[in-house]
Design a protein. Sequence first.
Length: 132
Amino acid sequence: SISSPVFRLGNNPNAKDNGVKIEGDFRFVNSGAARADIFQVGVYGASNRFEVVNGGKATIDNGGFMVGAYAMATDCSALIEGAGSELCITNTEYIAVGNGGPRASLTVDGGRLDVLGSRMVIGSIADAAGCW
């Protein structure tokens, strides 16, 4: 379990091709920041990925979830794959796939995505083309 105001993967333009793979239990709890962009996969860096696979279970509580935050964060992705794999996002303002990053993706293949108390946006601004 991580209790922190932010979680950022690929925070600057040179932070490319980073990844986090969850195959066990993972819990992130926002410890006080009052912003929607708390948990980010690809802030400015390209090709960053967050994966919940092989029956892994991840929870993001009380913080926003973004894949491809800004225009330089191209080709970032989140994947929930395989039987028993789950990503649960609770008590958040919103989820953005391609907030500004082109070709951002969120894929659920045989796993489960639960979004509780939130709205979901795909391709939030003009720079976020080709998101899915």
